[in-house]
Design a protein around this ligand. Sequence first.
Ligand code: GRF
Length: 181
Amino acid sequence: MIGVLVSGQGSNLQALLDAGLPVTAVASNRQDAYALVRAREAGVPTATFSLDCHADREERDLVMATWLEEHEVELVVLAGYMHLLTKPFLDRFPKRIVNVHPSLLPAFPGMHAIKDALEANVEKTGVTIHLVDEGLDTGRVLRQEVLPVDPPATLEERIHVVEHRLLATVVREMMAECRAR
Ligand code: GRF
């Protein structure tokens, strides 16, 4: 079963739902994330784990990990989740947390990857699916797809199309591996 962490629009979550993947829980750090609306419309249980309600990040992450386990989550997908995860969470899902990032990591980590690539005048950028560790977009790369920056006006849209396809593909493969074990 898949748990998805979200903070924003949730178009990547929607791609997983549309692909028919078994998403059983969606958690957010923000109550106002539109992704939560998408989850509820799909009948998937949601919960918000705001930092304001916990002593620190570690405690929040522990509670969130427990909630995901209660929903039988085996694989955690970060789909536009904007907080770093702490060790107590990472230790609960070893090598079972993946993130989608809109650049060819290690190039352009962080929140403004598409803008940063445009400003750097590179010819190529792309999409990375990677395992999550304590760093900012630093975990082991699982899959990448290259895109030409040109035409720049449509880069963001083209990146999102690739993100949705690549994330669903890698998640499906990882679920098949979980089952085979
Ligand atoms: C995506 O571009 C993803 O790569 C990045 O944040 C964005 C989230 O978009 N980490 P959405 O919330 O899935 O629409």
